[in-house]
Design a protein around this ligand. Structure first.
Ligand code: WTA
Length: 652
C-alpha cells in the first residue's frame, strides 16, 4: 500500500480475477473485439464532434436539420443547434412501417400477476391519444407535467405523450411523501399532475391519489389532475380539478402528429437528493439525450432484435428513464416492465418472470443482488434461466463476491456482466464493458464508452498516477450530459464545475489500474481517513461481504482521538446469530483480506441498512448514528424509517 499524499486515496483491494466473454457470445456480438472497441474510442477521442455528428444524422429523425453539432460555453453545452426532432417520434413512429411495427414494445406484468403486452403500433396509438388528452387539458410545449404513478404501461405512455407534445415531465417515484411531491411540484412550476388511484407493492395497495391530494394542497401551480384507475380503491375526485384517465381517453383521437422540438428543448426534470433539503432538479434536453441513450443502450447491451430486455428499475429513477423508456424504445427493443416487489408473493418472483418471458438481458442493482444472495440459492434453482445471455448492474459498486454469485448463479458462467457506472446527471452510461469486446474484472466498471473522457485528480486538481485513487471528473462535454439544475444555474456551476476547473466533477472517487480499468471507490464525502490513510468505503465493505456469513456491509469513519478516524461497520448477516465471536472473526477476516490498517474498530450487527429509495446505502445517516448524534440529518430520501429506529436499539 502506498503512503497517502496530496489527498489521494489508498487502494487496499486486491482483485485479480478476470473473465472473458465466451466464443459464442463474441461470435454474435455487434462490437466483437478489443480492437473494434479501441477503434471507436480512438475515433471519438480524435474528433468527438465528427463522431457524434455522424450518429446524430443517421440515428435520429430530423424535422429540420441542425446547423452546429456543439456549442460549449462552460458549463453550458448545447448539442445539435438549430435542429428539430421529437423524442417520442424517434421512440415509436420511427418503427412504424418497418418490421418492428408489430413487435412487442412493452411486456408488462402487474404485481398481482395480471399481464399486458403492447406492440409498437399499439403503443403509438395510446401515446397519440394521451397526447391529445394533454392538449385538451391545455398543455402546450414547455409546460411541466408532474407524474406520480405506479409501474404500469401508462407511466411510459404518459412520459412519451409529454415528449410528443413538447411538455417537460417530472416523474416522482411513487414511494415519495406528499411533502416531497409538493416541494418538487413547486420547484418545477408543474401545471398538471398525473397519478393513479393506487398501486400494488408487496401485496399492499398504496393509496397514491390520497398522497397526491395532500400534495396538491401545497402545489400552487398545479391546475388539474388526471387519475388512472389501477387498483380500484375508493378515491375522492375534486370537481373541476380531477379527471379519470379512461374517461378522457374515450373521446381522444389517435391522430396526433409529433411536435417538432428544438434540440435543446427540455425533455424532463428529474429530482435527485442533494446535500441540502432543497430538491435538485436535474435538467435533460431533447436531441443529445435521445442520441446518447440510444447508442449506449445498443453498445452496452449488445441489443439484437430478438432480445427480451428487462431493466428492473422504476421509471421514477434515471435508470428507468434512460433504459426502460427512451434508450430501448429508440432502439426498437422489447422491454419487460414489472410493477411490484422482487419478493412478492415469493422471493423467486424475478426468476419466475425471467423464465416466463424468456428474458435475454437482465439489468438490476447490487442492492437487489445482495438480497437474492441473502434469500438463498434455492429460489433461483427452481427456475429455468437459460434464456439469459447478458447481465448488468447499476446504482452502486458491486462487491466482487456478489459479482461472482451473480456470474455463477444467475449467469451460469455463460453471461458477461456489464457493471455500468453513470449518474442521473450523465443521462446515460459512461463507463461499462462492451460485453463482446472487453474482459471484466469483478468490481470494476472497466472502461469509458467511446466519447467519454474520464480523468482522476487529487485535491489540487493534478492528475493522479495509475492505481491511485482520486476524484473522478469528465473532461469533454457529451451529448447526454445534464444541461443544468432547474432554475438554479449558480448551484449547477458551484456543485459540478467549481472545484476542478474546466472539468465536470462527478462527486465519486475512483482509481484507474495499470490495464486502464476504472474502479469506483464511493462518494467523495464517504472517504475514511485512518491515520492519514484515506480508504474507500467499498473496499472495506467488499472485504466483509467476502465472508460467508455477511450479506451486506456499510463502512463509515467516526472520530477517533488518535487515528483521526476509526472504522465503524454496520453488518447484516446470514445463516448465523450475531455473537462476539463472529465480531472477532470478521475483524480478523478484514485484516487478512486487506491489512491491519483497514481492520474495523467497531462492528455493529443490524437487520437492515438504511437505504435511499433507489437502494443506495445512506452512509451519512450511519455516520450520525456512530457519532451518537441525537438527531440525524436529512431523512427525506430514506426508504424505511423503521431501520433507523432498529439501529438505535441495536446500539451497544
Ligand atoms: C453510484 C444511477 C459504482 C455512484 C444511474 C454515482 C455506481 C451514483 C455505479 C449515481 C457503479 C452508480 N459502480 N457506483 N456501476 N453506478 N453508482 O444518480 O456513486 O441514482 O455517482 O444514477 O451512484 O446515482 P444515480
Amino acid at each position: 500500500m502506498s503512503q497517502s499524499s496530496g489527498g489521494q486515496i489508498d487502494t487496499v483491494m486486491q482483485e485479480d480475477r478476470i473473465f472473458s466473454p465466451s466464443e459464442k457470445f463474441v461470435s454474435q456480438a455487434q462490437i466483437a473485439s478489443l480492437e473494434a472497441s479501441q477503434q471507436m474510442w480512438d475515433d471519438a477521442h480524435r474528433d468527438p464532434i465528427a463522431f457524434w455528428d455522424q450518429f446524430a444524422k443517421e440515428e435520429l429523425h430530423w424535422f429540420e436539420p441542425y446547423r452546429q453539432v456543439l456549442e460549449w460555453q462552460e458549463p453550458f453545452a448545447k448539442w445539435f443547434l438549430g435542429g428539430k426532432t421529437n423524442v417520442a417520434y424517434n421512440c415509436i413512429d420511427a418503427h412504424l412501417g418497418t418490421e418492428r411495427e408489430d413487435k412487442t414494445a412493452i411486456l408488462w406484468e402487474g404485481e398481482p400477476g395480471d399481464q399486458r403486452t403492447l406492440t409498437y403500433r399499439e403503443l403509438h396509438e395510446e401515446v397519440c391519444r394521451f397526447a391529445n388528452v394533454l392538449k385538451h387539458l391545455g398543455i402546450v410545449p414547455g409546460d411541466v407535467v408532474s407524474i406520480y404513478m405506479p409501474m404500469v404501461p401508462e407511466l411510459a405512455i404518459a412520459m412519451l405523450a409529454c415528449a410528443r407534445v413538447g411538455a417537460v415531465h417530472s416523474v416522482i417515484f411513487a414511494g415519495f411523501s406528499s411533502e416531497a411531491i409538493a416541494d418538487r411540484n413547486q420547484d418545477a412550476g408543474a401545471k398538471l399532475q398525473l397519478t393513479a388511484d393506487g398501486g400494488w407493492r408487496r401485496g399492499k395497495n398504496l393509496p397514491l391519489k390520497d398522497t397526491v391530494d395532500a400534495a396538491l394542497e401545497k402545489s400552487s401551480t398545479v391546475e388539474k389532475c388526471v387519475v388512472l384507475r389501477r387498483t380500484g380503491i375508493q378515491v375522492s375526485m375534486q370537481e373541476g380539478r380531477d379527471f379519470w384517465w379512461h374517461e378522457l381517453m374515450e373521446n381522444a383521437s389517435p391522430d396526433c402528429p409529433a411536435e417538432p422540438m428544438d434540440s435543446e428543448a427540455p425533455l424532463f426534470i428529474l429530482y435527485t437528493s442533494g446535500s441540502t433539503g432543497k430538491p435538485k432538479g436535474i435538467k435533460h434536453t431533447t436531441a443529445g439525450y435521445n442520441l446518447y441513450v440510444k447508442k449506449t443502450f445498443e453498445w452496452v447491451f449488445d441489443h439484437r432484435d430478438d432480445d427480451v430486455f428487462w431493466c428492473t428499475a422504476d421509471c421514477g429513477w434515471i435508470t428507468g428513464h434512460s433504459y426502460i423508456v427512451y434508450g430501448p424504445f429508440s432502439a426498437g427493443a422489447t422491454c419487460v416492465m414489472y410493477e411490484g416487489a422482487p419478493n412478492h408473493p415469493h422471493e423467486d418472483r424475478f426468476w419466475e418472470i425471467v423464465e416466463k418471458h424468456r428474458v435475454t438481458i437482465f439489468y438490476t442493482a447490487p442492492t437487489a443482488i445482495r438480497a437474492f444472495i441473502k434469500w438463498g440459492d434455492h429460489h433461483v434453482e427452481k427456475h429455468d434461466l437459460t434464456s439469459l445471455r447478458l447481465l448488468g448492474t447499476v446504482g452502486e459498486g458491486i462487491n466482487p463476491e456478489a459479482w461472482i454469485w451473480y456470474h455463477k448463479m444467475i449467469g451460469a458462467e455463460r453471461c458477461p456482466i456489464v457493471d455500468t457506472w453513470w449518474q442521473t446527471e450523465t443521462g446515460g452510461i459512461m463507463m461499462s464493458p462492451l460485453p463482446g469486446a472487453i474482459s471484466t474484472k469483478p468490481g470494476s466498471c472497466t472502461k469509458p464508452l467511446p466519447g467519454v473522457m474520464p480523468v482522476i485528480v487529487d485535491e489540487q486538481g493534478d492528475l493522479v498516477a495509475s492505481n491511485n485513487g482520486g476524484m473522478l471528473c469528465i473532461d469533454h462535454p457529451w451529448p447526454g450530459m445534464l444541461r443544468g439544475i432547474w432554475g438554479d444555474d449558480e448551484r449547477y456551476r458551484e456543485q459540478y464545475w467549481s472545484k476542478v476547473p474546466g472539468k465536470y466533477l462527478t462527486g465519486d472517487n475512483a482509481r484507474c489500474d495499470n490495464d486502464g480499468y476504472y474502479w469506483i471507490m464511493g462518494r467523495i464525502d464517504d472517504v475514511i481517513n485512518v491515520s492519514g490513510h484515506r480508504l474507500s468505503t467499498i473496499e472495506v465493505e467488499s472485504a466483509l461481504v467476502s465472508h460467508p456469513h455477511v450479506a451486506e456491509a456499510a463502512a463509515i469513519g467516526r472520530p477517533d482521538e488518535i487515528k483521526g478516524q476509526a472504522i465503524a461497520v454496520f453488518v447484516t448477516i446470514k445463516d448465523v446469530e450475531a455473537s462476539d465471536e463472529l465480531r472477532g472473526e470478521l475483524k480478523q477476516h478484514v485484516r487478512k483480506e486487506i491489512g491491519a490498517l483497514a481492520q474495523p474498530d467497531d462492528i455493529r450487527f443490524t437487520n437492515a441498512l438504511p437505504k435511499t429509495r433507489s437502494g443506495k446505502i445512506m452512509r451519512r445517516l450511519l455516520r450520525d448514528i456512530a457519532e451518537g448524534k441525537e438527531k440525524v440529518g436529512d431523512t427525506t430520501t430514506l426508504e424505511d424509517y423503521s431501520v433507523l429506529a432498529n439501529l438505535r436499539e441495536d446500539e451497544e
